[in-house]
Every structure is written in structure tokens, then in C-alpha cells.
Design a protein around this ligand. Structure first.
Ligand code: BEZ
Ligand code: FE
Length: 283
């Protein structure tokens, strides 16, 4: 054969192997696990066959994953990073958060959320001394019928002007993260930092992959939110800065047009409005 496809006999041998591997999972008692494993095997074999994967390439892939596992620890999750740069994290979010009426869109969670953030009152400065330009953030939380959602829990976290989250420093600082609650009319306000661009960790195998592909590790400037309230779908999202040059090349494909906001210039820095609309739980 000179058209890149295997000869008929060869193709039959490959198919026979695939069929046997798929069948080996036929008796998996949990039907969902069976579906996942059999689909995984089918797609994996299709990939190997489509690109005619060499043994040396497979060895390199295993080495890559081994190294990603080796450098993963409590503060560094290289495999999540891999999922992020391949768009798998964002695709999983897209599949699991279908558009619902005017509900605010979700985007990637990222590795820098920390449970137990400090409690802030409405109007507080959550920067906690982190370097950066001040930004006033104001908004509201409503449901998709336009009803105010009082008492919604709003978690916010962001990188500082150095491009680092507090947890990336070794000194145990807690800064530029907090949680607060919407008031009795569903409104919220806090002071934070005007978001600035920063690179995802790129000193490991995922960084080398990006480099080999000529891709940038930079994330578009953003501020993270997680908003939750009884009976409503928890929203994990960011707001992005209108005019940011990185909006079209975010390393983890997190940008959605509806999340790009105008950060208006003020004498102190900037101000932005973010009105959050939550879908019903289970929507
Ligand atoms: C973040 O926005 O914090 C983030 C998301 C994905 C990978 C790395 C960082
Ligand atoms: Fe981030």
C-alpha cells in the first residue's frame, strides 16, 4: 500500500485486536464504567491506528505522563494542566453546563482555588496587600427569572501583578482571595486588583509541550468567581478584561465572549460590573 492505509489483512488484524479488548470489558458490573472503558479503548485504538503511532512515540508519551506524575504534588497538578491545555477541562465544562436561558456561562476552575478563604464584608478590599492596581467590583446575583438571590456565597480569587496567586509563594500569605455574601437585594461589591495576564506553570512537561507546539503559556487577564446558592446551579467562572490582547489565545481556552467585561478607568484604578445569573440546580 502506498496511500498510507494498511493493507486489508493488516486492517483486519488491528480490528480483531480492538474487538477483543472492547469485549474484555463486557462483564464490567457498573454499566457506566463499562461504557467509559469501552469508549476509551475504541478512541485510543483509533488514534494509534489513524496516526500509525510508532513504538518510539508511544515510549515518549509514557515518559511524558510519568514525568507529569512525578512533579505533581499538593501544590502542583501537572495532569490537570495537561487537561487544561488540551481543552479537555473546558470541553468537560461545556458538556456539563449547557446554556440555560440567560444564565452566566461557566469556565475553567484552575488549580488555585483554596477552601476556607477569608470572609469579607460587602465593600471590603480583598487584595490583602497583594501588589496590583485597585479595582472596584460591583454586581448582583439573580436567577433566570430575574429574581434577586440574597445570601449567595461568592468566592473570588485572582493572581497579583507579579502573575502569582498567594499559594504560589512560600511564605504562607493569604491575599487576593475571599468569600462574601450577596445582600438582601442580591447585590455585592468588593475591592480587588485589576486583573493582569500571567503564565500557567510552564517549567514542566506541559510547558515543553506548549513550546514544541509554538503555543504561549499565557492566560488572558481574569478574576475568578464561584457563586452558589440553595436550589441553583453552582457557577464557576471568570470575568475577562475587554481589550486584553490575549483574549483570542488563552492557554486553556477559558474565554467566552459573554464573560468579557469593560473595566472602566477611574482615578484610583478601574471599576467593573458583573451581574451573575444562576440557572436552576439540575438545569
Ligand atoms: C487559572 O486560571 O488559575 C488556571 C487555569 C488553568 C490552568 C492554570 C491556571
Ligand atoms: Fe487564574
Amino acid at each position: 500500500m502506498d496511500n498510507g492505509s494498511p493493507a486489508e489483512g493488516q486492517s483486519a488484524r488491528e480490528q480483531e485486536l480492538l474487538d477483543r479488548v472492547v469485549a474484555s470489558f463486557d462483564d464490567t458490573p457498573d454499566p457506566r464504567l463499562r461504557q467509559l472503558l469501552q469508549a476509551l479503548v475504541r478512541h485510543l485504538h483509533d488514534f494509534v491506528r489513524e496516526v500509525r503511532l510508532t513504538e518510539e512515540e508511544w515510549r515518549q508519551a509514557i515518559e511524558f505522563l510519568t514525568e507529569a506524575g512525578r512533579i505533581t504534588n499538593d501544590r502542583r497538578q501537572e495532569l490537570v494542566l495537561l487537561s487544561d491545555v488540551l481543552g479537555a477541562s473546558m470541553q468537560t465544562i461545556t458538556v456539563n453546563n449547557p446554556a440555560y436561558a440567560e444564565a452566566t456561562e461557566a469556565t475553567v476552575f484552575g488549580p488555585f482555588f483554596v477552601e476556607g478563604s477569608p470572609r469579607a464584608e460587602l465593600g471590603d478590599d480583598i487584595a490583602g496587600g497583594a501588589p496590583g492596581e485597585p479595582c472596584l467590583v460591583e454586581g448582583s446575583v439573580t436567577d433566570t427569572d430575574g429574581r434577586a438571590v440574597p445570601g449567595a456565597r461568592i468566592e473570588v480569587w485572582q493572581a497579583d501583578l507579579e502573575g502569582c496567586y498567594d499559594v504560589q509563594y512560600d511564605d504562607g500569605r493569604v491575599a487576593a482571595r475571599a468569600h462574601l455574601f450577596s445582600d438582601d437585594q442580591g447585590r455585592f461589591a468588593f475591592r480587588a486588583l485589576t486583573p493582569t495576564p500571567y503564565p500557567i506553570p510552564h517549567d514542566g512537561p506541559v510547558g515543553r509541550l506548549l513550546e514544541a507546539a509554538g503555543r504561549s503559556p499565557m492566560r488572558a487577564s481574569h478574576l475568578h468567581f464561584m457563586v452558589s446558592a440553595d436550589g441553583l446551579r453552582t457557577l464557576v467562572t471568570h470575568i475577562f478584561v475587554k481589550g486584553d490582547e490575549l483574549l483570542d489565545s488563552d492557554a486553556v481556552f477559558g474565554v467566552r465572549a459573554s464573560l468579557v467585561k469593560e473595566f472602566e478607568r477611574t482615578s484610583e484604578g478601574s471599576r467593573v460590573r458583573f451581574d451573575v445569573v444562576l440557572a436552576p440546580a439540575g438545569a
